[in-house]
Design a protein around this ligand. Structure first.
Ligand SMILES: NC(=O)c1ccc[n+]([C@@H]2O[C@H](COP(=O)([O-])OP(=O)(O)OC[C@H]3O[C@@H](n4cnc5c(N)ncnc54)[C@H](OP(=O)(O)O)[C@@H]3O)[C@@H](O)[C@H]2O)c1
Length: 287
């Protein structure tokens, strides 16, 4: 049976593609827009049937958090309806669905790391659309893993790391918020964890799990930016500011640290500290 990776040109999809050769016994099919649109039920259904898809890793999403506030219809179409399309096809063809979700399903008012069972209460359109996508999968899909992550970055695509490296080379100083706390996640580490987990699943077994995955450790965006400048050897001074001094269209949770005990306990997954992974990714980018 084949493994379909949707949204395969994005950050996470690209990292899965980069590591797929570590699993030579598995056959992966990497698809993104315009070749496979997860909101197009007929197209996804035909593809899954013709290609005998046994597992789907859904990396496709509408991820523009600020834009989603004024473009809610598009965010819900991809993040909720697209998830539902994949869940229905996975159900029809007995496929396992691995779906990626976000720390933004939480409102950020907690003081201790969020567990999978904690109450979801998203505060923006993107978070609501991702939460409703999760719920559609739980309703429809007989076998799934929903894996929530946070602050994803990679050497592919646009992300905070690459923005900081660019601004750090252009400017003498910049302001970064210090009152939003979370855990950066290397898309490469996450791709490795997903493939490790998938490789250990049994096609005869039904899975219905929600997990959290991010790198170990906790920081603010300010700390993250300081580490990036430090590791990259950039002289740009980073100034800590409050979120109120850096207005953004969408509100963000102030605290979105994820408790990862469940995925580590159930699958024996080792998770690196965010700074070790950051060092590796910056070395890769500056090579
Ligand atoms: N980025 C983060 O900080 C972060 C944090 C927490 C969780 N997550 C979650 O992690 C997952 C992966 O995120 P990422 O950063 O890798 O996202 P990404 O880089 O934005 O990649 C998403 C990919 O999906 C594609 N896509 C959009 N609509 C599609 C559709 N209708 N059908 C098929 N493909 C479609 C995008 O194409 P276009 O570029 O052409 O739109 C893009 O290639 C997502 O579920 C996201 O919600 C991300």
């Amino acid at each position: 049976m084949n493994i379909l990776v949707t949204g395969s040109n994005g950050q996470l999809g690209s990292e899965i593609r980069a590591q797929a050769s570590l699993y030579p016994d598995r056959h992966f099919l990497f698809l993104d827009l315009p070749d496979l649109d997860i909101t197009n039920k007929e197209q996804v259904d035909t593809f899954c049937r013709e290609k005998k898809i046994g597992s789907i890793i859904n990396c496709a999403a509408y991820t523009a958090v600020d834009k989603a506030e004024s473009d809610a219809e598009a965010a819900f179409l991809v993040n909720r309806e697209g998830a539902a399309v994949l869940a229905s096809c996975a159900s029809k063809y007995n496929a396992l669905l691995v779906h990626i979700s976000t720390d933004y399903v939480f409102n950020g008012e907690a003081f201790t790391p969020y567990r999978e069972s904690d109450h979801a209460s998203p505060i923006g359109v993107y978070g609501i659309s991702k939460w409703e996508g999760e719920e559609r999968i739980r309703e429809i899909s007989p076998s799934y893993f929903i894996i929530r992550t946070s602050w994803l970055y990679s050497s592919h695509g646009a992300n905070f790391l690459k923005t900081m490296l660019r601004l750090g080379a252009e400017r003498e100083s910049l302001n970064v918020v210090f009152d939003q706390i979370g855990s950066p996640t290397s898309a490469s580490d996450m791709a490795g964890a997903i493939l490790f987990l998938l490789d250990r699943t049994d096609s005869a077994h039904r899975y219905r799990h929600t997990y959290h995955y991010s790198n170990e450790g906790v920081c603010s965006w300010y700390d993250f930016a300081v580490s990036i400048m430090d590791i990259a050897g950039l002289g740009c001074m980073v100034r800590p500011v409050e979120s109120s001094e850096y207005p953004q269209t969408a509100r963000r949770p102030h605290f979105s640290v994820l408790n990862k005990s469940a995925i580590k306990r159930d699958w024996g997954i080792h998770i690196p500290h965010w700074r070790a992974s950051l060092l590796r990714e910056i070395e890769k980018l500056l090579k």
